[in-house]
Design a protein around this ligand. Sequence first.
Ligand code: RB5
Length: 140
Amino acid sequence: MIILASDHAGFILKEEIKKFFNKENIIAIDVGCYSREQLDDYPDFAKSANQKVIEDDRNVGIYICGTGIGMSIVANRNPKIRAALCMNEQFASLARRHNDANVLCLPGRFINKRKAIKIVKVFLTTDFEGGRHARRIKKY
Ligand code: RB5
């Protein structure tokens, strides 16, 4: 299952990603926010999305705020979450292959929808390589 979260600054990009998922028949749960008007707080959404992501090892999250930084800081406070802030497809690929990231954080104010969808596609279709990277992950 894919869990989506954003604050007001990530809302528009999240809506674009939802449109893409609808077109592709990909099911996702949106834990909020539900409007760009209210100046809400990204930790609230990162925390509730984390609770859903950790329910199942196969779950992944996509969290969006203005920079993606706040979301990634909050997400990574949960020891079961490995959240990666990705600005491009290469980062998304490495976040999966080397870090087994289970949460993708995106900067809603700094990338457009085409770029975001490319990043999301890479993140969702790239496998963890294991091996030495698994050894490293076990150390944190
Ligand atoms: C909200 O203005 C902004 O601070 C937030 O979206 C995020 O970028 C924080 O890291």
